[in-house]
Design a protein around this ligand. Structure first.
Ligand code: ADP
Ligand code: MG
Length: 248
């Protein structure tokens, strides 16, 4: 038993080894290495076009690697379909089904997977409770605010009850006030669930407030990987300093 405990405490939840991703002859990600600990909230931060989504999609299995491996909980998942990777993803544009109630939107993926009804009910109730959507379950998306809709989108990931959540700029479409509110909510969600979260954004404030560690990216490579305070106070280079807005 001891061995198991030791192995778990040392295991990286997600490990990216020597990853290169190419579109045609262009390497968008080049020889990238990253270890994300179990339960860690990691933010991939960088300007538009630096390869954040490509990296996240490769972790999700939506994008093929040209070279390198993605390891999850000790298993090499490089060749696996997204559905077999034990991940759930939240995108910027929350494409909710407009004709379905919140409840049906939350349960849709589980119904497609033919999960037993009782288990679906349990999961939907749990997600709704965590995200404070319980009073809204019978509403249609058109009767929700933008923030409530994005919470339903997060709920659809939550009901999968996986270890690893991937977020691609989930708050970019929202106004500043809602962004601030949902930042707090996502932080609380992580504190409550304690699972691994990989969160892509180009927003420095989001990164600094949410992350256990920030990976600052430029041109498909990680410039610095560190605790937010370290990134802010001891930027590794000029690019990181300017991008994060460190005091000079
Ligand atoms: P980010 O999410 O950081 O804005 P992306 O990962 O979307 O960056 O894109 C990184 C680079 O890869 C950009 O130069 C982009 O134009 C290019 N790229 C992304 N997807 C494709 C694709 N399907 N085909 C060709 N080039 C792509
Ligand atoms: Mg992107």
């Amino acid at each position: 038993m001891n061995n198991v405990v030791i192995a778990e405490s040392q295991a990286a939840s997600v490990e990216i080894r020597d990853l290169t991703v190419a579109f045609g002859s262009l390497n968008v990600i080049e020889k990238l290495n990253l270890r994300i600990d179990s339960g860690e909230f990691i933010v991939l931060l960088g300007p538009s076009g630096c390869g954040k989504s490509t990296l996240l999609n490769t972790i999700a299995g939506l994008q093929d690697a040209f070279r390198g491996d993605v390891i999850m909980n000790g298993c090499n998942v490089t060749g696996l379909e997204p559905k077999d990777r034990g991940i759930a993803m939240v995108f910027q544009s929350y494409a909710l089904y407009p004709t379905m109630t919140v409840e049906k939107n939350l349960s849709f993926g589980l119904r497609v997977a033919r999960m037993p009804k009782k288990e679906i009910t349990r999961r939907v109730s749990r997600a709704a409770e965590i995200l404070e959507l319980t009073p809204l379950l019978k509403r249609k998306p058109s009767a929700l605010s933008g923030g409530q809709r994005q919470r339903v989108a997060i709920g659809r990931a939550l009901v999968r009850e996986v270890d690893i959540f991937l977020f691609d700029e989930p708050l970019s479409n929202l106004d500043a006030q809602l962004r601030a509110e949902l930042r707090v909510e996502i932080k609380r969600l992580h504190q409550r669930l304690g699972n691994t979260m990989i969160y892509v954004t180009h927003d420095q404030v989001e990164a600094l407030t949410l992350a256990d560690r920030i990976a600052v990216m430029k041109g498909g490579a990680i410039q610095q990987l560190a605790h937010p305070e370290v990134i802010y106070n001891q930027p590794a280079n000029m690019f990181v300093a300017k991008f994060i807005g460190s005091p000079s």
